[in-house]
Design a protein around this ligand. Structure first.
Ligand code: TXA
Ligand code: MG
Length: 324
C-alpha cells in the first residue's frame, strides 16, 4: 500500500537507492527520481503510464545547480530566474549531454525549475542530485495537490509520499523559453501556470527592450482541444446560465447524458484561490455521482492566474463554450 512519510532522510535514502518518491512542491505533488538514475527515470513513465514523448521537468535546489543541467545560461534567463526562483517557473533551455534523453523525450532542450517548497529543496540537497518529476498522477488524470490525492492515485503500490501539506499554488508551473536577439526578448509560453505572463512582462520591461510573447498552447474551442487529462465524468465549461439554456440539447446530443444531471464546480472569484482549489474540486465533483461537471466562467478573470485556471479547465473539458 502507498503510504505517507515525513522523514527527509528516509525519502533521500529511497531516492539514492533508485526508488521513486512522491514529493511536495508549491504547485502540485511530483513523482520524483534522481536525474542520474536512468532506470528510475524510465520507471516514472511506466508507473504513471505516461508516454515517453512527454518530457519531464528537472528540479534543482538552487540557481547554481542550473549549470549542471544546461549548456549555457543566457543573461535574460539569469535575470528571470533570479527574480522568480524558487517558484513556479520552468525554463526551457539547451540541455547538457549528461541529461538523459528519457527526461527530455529526445529533445535538445530541458525544462528546469527551482521549486518553492522547503522540504523538497532540503531533500534535493540531501540526495545530492537534481530530481526529475512529473505531476504525481496517472497519465491524463488530475494533478494532486494533497498527499492524500497521491495515496489515492497509487493506492495499490508501495509508493512513499513525502507529506508537505497542501500545495499553495495548486496549478502547475509556467513553462517558457526566453531568448534575446537583436530584435529584443522573445518569450514562448508552453504552459501558463503559477507565475503569470503579466508578472514576467513587468519584470522584463525594466530591461528596456522590445518584448515579444508567443503562446504555444492550443486555443480552447469546442472540438479542438488538446486534452491534457480527462476526468472520469465530462466537464462542460460555459459562459453563463443563458448559454446553458441554449446548449442543453447540444450537451445531450454530444455527451449522451441528461443535461440536468450536473454538479456545479464553483470557481472562487479570486483566481489565486481558484487555482489552489481547482484540482481538489475536480476530484470531489468527479466522485459526486452526477453525470457531468458544469462550470460557468464568464465572470471569472481570463488574465493573470485566471489564464492558468481556464487553461486547465479547457484541457479537462469535453465541451468548452468559453473563448479565452
Ligand atoms: O509545477 C510543475 O511543473 C509540476 C511540479 C511537480 O514541478 N510538474 C509538472 O510536470 O507539471 P508534468 O510532467 O506534469 O509537466 C511537464 C510539462 C510537459 O508535459 C511539457 O509540456 C513541458 O513540461 N516540458 C518539459 N520539458 C520540456 C521541453 N524540453 N520542451 C517543451 N516542453 C517541455
Ligand atoms: Mg502533469
Amino acid at each position: 500500500m502507498s503510504e505517507k512519510i515525513s522523514s527527509l532522510d528516509l525519502a533521500a535514502q529511497l531516492l539514492k537507492m533508485g526508488e521513486l518518491v512522491a514529493i511536495p512542491t508549491e504547485t502540485v505533488y511530483g513523482l520524483a527520481a534522481s536525474i542520474y538514475n536512468e532506470a528510475a527515470i524510465k520507471r516514472i513513465f511506466e508507473f504513471k503510464q505516461r508516454p515517453f514523448f512527454d518530457p519531464l521537468i528537472v528540479h534543482v535546489a538552487s540557481i547554481e545547480d542550473l549549470s549542471d543541467i544546461v549548456e549555457e545560461i543566457p543573461q535574460v534567463v539569469n535575470f528571470l530566474v533570479r527574480k522568480f526562483w524558487p517558484g513556479p517557473l520552468t525554463m526551457i533551455l539547451p540541455k547538457k549531454k549528461s541529461v538523459s534523453d528519457y527526461i527530455t523525450a529526445g529533445l535538445d532542450s530541458v525544462g528546469v525549475r527551482n521549486p518553492a517548497h522547503p522540504m523538497t529543496l532540503e531533500l534535493i540537497k540531501k540526495v545530492g542530485t537534481p530530481l526529475a518529476a512529473p505531476s504525481a498522477n496517472m497519465f491524463q488524470r488530475a494533478s494532486p495537490t494533497l498527499a492524500e490525492h497521491v495515496l489515492e492515485e497509487f493506492k495499490n503500490t508501495n509508493l512513499k509520499v513525502l507529506d508537505g501539506g497542501r500545495c499553495e499554488v495548486g496549478v502547475e508551473s509556467t513553462v517558457l523559453s526566453c531568448v534575446e536577439n537583436q530584435e529584443g526578448i522573445n518569450i514562448e509560453v508552453y504552459r501558463p501556470g503559477g507565475v503569470t505572463i503579466e508578472e514576467i512582462t513587468n519584470a522584463l520591461v525594466t530591461l528596456n527592450k522590445p518584448i515579444n510573447i508567443v503562446k504555444r498552447q492550443s486555443k480552447a474551442a469546442p472540438g479542438q482541444l488538446e486534452h491534457h487529462y480527462m476526468p472520469a465524468i465530462p466537464v462542460v465549461v460555459l459562459n453563463d446560465l443563458s448559454q446553458f439554456e441554449n446548449v442543453k440539447n447540444h450537451i445531450h446530443d454530444k455527451l449522451k447524458i441528461d443535461p440536468n444531471n450536473f454538479i456545479d464546480l464553483k470557481l472562487n472569484k479570486d483566481p489565486r484561490i481558484a487555482a489552489r482549489e481547482l484540482y481538489s474540486q475536480l476530484r470531489e465533483c468527479t466522485g459526486s455521482g452526477r453525470s457531468y461537471i458544469r462550470v460557468f466562467a464568464k465572470e471569472f478573470p481570463h488574465d493573470g492566474m485566471g489564464d492558468a485556471v481556464l487553461n486547465r479547465l479547457g484541457r479537462a473539458a469535453s465541451l468548452n463554450y468559453v473563448k479565452f
